[in-house]
Write a protein that binds this ligand. Structure first.
Ligand code: AMP
Length: 128
């Protein structure tokens, strides 16, 4: 069972941003930039291009909705999107508020307090 399935099952906590029957968005715990959000399918699958087409397109639709709320919440030039999955083998779309190309490098990280994470997740949720 992936760490993200544990989040879905409520076994470990996460700063949840949005949820429907099939997808969940929550803040990345080690963000590239403030507002870095992950969108995942609740059905655990390792690689994004192994998803069936309908589920893949639904994930994109869900991610787009979250990205728009994120862009309304966090000042940035635009929202970047990436799919990597080398660390956690459960499909996740990274949505990252960008100021410059470094924000897409997954090397420069930013840290937020628990209070900041909570406020951010709530603010993005309210902008959905
Ligand atoms: P990758 O699999 O390389 O796309 O990266 C996995 C991402 O998941 C990283 O950005 C981690 O910071 C993030 N991550 C890992 N565990 C958690 C967690 N428990 N809550 C939120 N984000 C996580």
């Amino acid at each position: 069972m992936s760490i993200f399935t544990k989040i879905i099952n409520g076994e470990i906590p996460a700063y949840k941003v949005a949820e429907d029957d099939n997808f969940l968005a929550f803040l990345d715990i080690n963000p590239n930039a403030k507002g870095h959000t992950l969108c995942i399918p609740k059905r655990e699958i390792n690689k994004i291009f192994d998803m069936d087409e309908a589920a893949y397109l639904e994930l994109m639709r869900f991610s787009r909705k979250v990205a728009k709320a994120l862009e309304r919440t966090v000042p940035c030039k635009r929202i970047g999107m990436a799919v990597v999955g080398l660390e956690v083998p459960h499909v996740h779309v990274h949505l990252i508020p960008l100021q410059d190309m470094e924000d897409m490098r997954f090397v420069r990280k930013t840290s937020l307090s628990e209070t900041e994470f909570e406020a951010l997740a709530k603010a993005i949720h309210q902008n959905m």
